[in-house]
Design a protein around this ligand. Structure first.
Ligand SMILES: Nc1ncnc2c1ncn2[C@@H]1O[C@H](COP(=O)(O)OP(=O)(O)O)[C@@H](O)[C@H]1O
Ligand SMILES: [Mg+2]
Length: 222
């Protein structure tokens, strides 16, 4: 097979032809749950790549063209506020879909600017590995915590972007990104792949999220 289009921590993404890519886990992991989440989203008009095949660790899907929102921010085509607004809108839309079960709404659980492709048809959400059902505030807490973490410890251009994105994201969502942030800290803290570095940053990142939500409340009262 040709060189991957992208190589992430857990999976490689290969172009199969002009219309299809293959996302393949390097370690045994079943793609059926993420394919099911993507199918539910697609069925209700939420922008995801179409899934052609999900078997074991392999997911064959529609090939998207366009930069990720992260790339667009880094090269100045998109502002951190624009990215924050798009993330907030995508979350609002996702959480408004009909539930799949009695266990809350479909959550993406990893929505950040690197997981949104600015395709010609509009923003499309990729990387549904962590998708599950639950309380929408949990999804908001994940995004806010990721922005806070990168804002405090990412390489300089990323840190500046994420730091600028966080208050706008919190300002645009209608739910509460701080309410369940400690639950997200516990979930991330239990990840065996997490280095000691990130582990020690989690409490301060959670505080940044709480402060951003407090600032939003103050702005609303002013
Ligand atoms: N459907 C797709 N079409 C085109 N490129 C894709 C597609 N899905 C993923 N990619 C590419 O692969 C990269 C990583 O994909 P992603 O699913 O976010 O995996 P991870 O973050 O785990 O490495 C993306 O940033 C994008 O460049
Ligand atoms: Mg990703």
């Amino acid at each position: 097979m040709t060189a991957p289009l992208a190589a992430g921590r857990d999976a490689d993404v290969f172009a199969l032809d002009d219309h299809r890519v293959l996302r393949r886990y390097r370690n045994p992991q079943d793609t059926a749950p993420e394919a099911a989440a993507m199918a539910h989203a697609a069925e209700h008009g939420f922008p995801v790549p179409g899934v052609y095949r999900a078997e074991g660790g392999e997911l064959e899907m529609e090939r998207l063209y366009g930069p990720t929102m992260l790339d667009a921010c880094l090269d100045g085509r998109m502002t951190p506020e624009g990215a924050a607004r798009t993330l907030a809108e995508l979350h609002e839309r996702l959480h408004a879909l009909p539930p799949r079960s009695g266990e809350g709404r479909l959550l993406h659980m990893d929505l950040h600017p690197g997981n949104v492709v600015l395709a010609p048809q509009g923003p499309v959400v990729i990387d549904w590995t962590n998708a599950r059902d639950g309380d929408p505030d949990l999804d908001l807490a994940v995004t806010a915590l990721l922005l806070a973490l990168i804002g405090q410890s990412g390489p300089p251009p990323l840190a500046a972007l994420a730091g600028a994105c966080l208050p706008h994201y919190v300002g645009h969502v209608t739910g509460d990104p701080a309410r369940l942030v400690d639950e997200v800290v516990a979930l991330r803290g239990a990840d065996p792949n997490l280095g000691a570095g990130e582990l020690s940053l989690l409490p301060r990142a959670a505080d940044l999220v709480r402060r951003a939500v407090d600032a939003r409340a103050k702005d609303a009262r002013a």
